[in-house]
Write a protein of this length. Structure first.
Length: 216
């Protein structure tokens, strides 16, 4: 089985179609108001309605969402829920997210300093964890590589969990990431854009071609 790809930060149907035609397994829609790729829940739903000719999974992406917002995402019909959050967030809120959407559907993306041990208390609340580049004032979308060494350590230490690598992944470094890490899934965003929220078809195609070459 090859590396699964999630194209995140989808803001329009055209980019969604580009991504799915190239081979994307997941599309991510960002609902965090401070993100330059932010769209409304209703608009994301309308984009997905027009993509019924494709087989893919829908991922709702947000930062420390309120419980009522999570319930609305669930009602809209997302399969997975990728939530970024600071470690200072109360554990009870993470527990409630998990209860609402289910352990198997929740993707937790804690903000982790490079080299830090993984916070084990989170393991009971989700089956999937996304490791993104660290930024003091942002939650993803930096375009910078994540801490690959820590990613490898986490995946080795907790092999029963699914680990997704994010952070500046694009056609120029996807081969290196796959060769250095035991990647099962990647999250691409800024690395396949011309500008925030606008996907580059050439970069997307090139990324998937790189993955196809690695599988030969």
């Amino acid at each position: 089985m090859g590396v699964e790809v999630k194209v995140c930060g989808i803001t329009n149907e055209k980019d969604a179609r580009k991504s799915l035609k190239a081979g994307a397994h997941y599309l991510g829609f960002i609902f965090h108001p401070k993100s330059p790729r932010h769209i409304s829940l209703d608009y994301a739903g309308s984009i997905c309605e027009n993509l019924k000719d494709f087989s893919f999974k829908k991922v709702a992406v947000d930062v420390s969402p309120a419980l009522e917002d999570v319930l609305q995402m669930k009602q809209t019909g997302f399969e997975f829920y990728q939530f970024h959050f600071p470690l200072e967030l109360k554990e009870e809120k993470v527990r409630q997210w998990s209860k609402i959407v289910g352990v198997s559907n929740l993707w937790l993306a804690p903000k982790l300093l490079p080299g830090i041990d993984f916070p084990e208390y989170l393991l009971e609340y989700a089956d999937t964890f996304l490791i993104d580049s660290y930024s003091q004032d942002k939650f993803g979308g930096t375009g910078k590589p994540a801490d690959w060494e820590s990613f490898a350590k986490y995946q080795s230490s907790y092999p029963t969990k699914k680990w997704i690598l994010a952070g500046g992944i694009g056609p120029n470094n996807i081969a290196s990431a796959c060769q250095k890490l035991d990647l099962r899934q990647v999250d691409v965003n800024s690395g396949v854009e011309t500008e925030p929220g606008m996907k580059d078809e050439i970069k997307i195609k090139k990324l998937f071609l790189c993955l196809q070459e690695l599988e030969k």
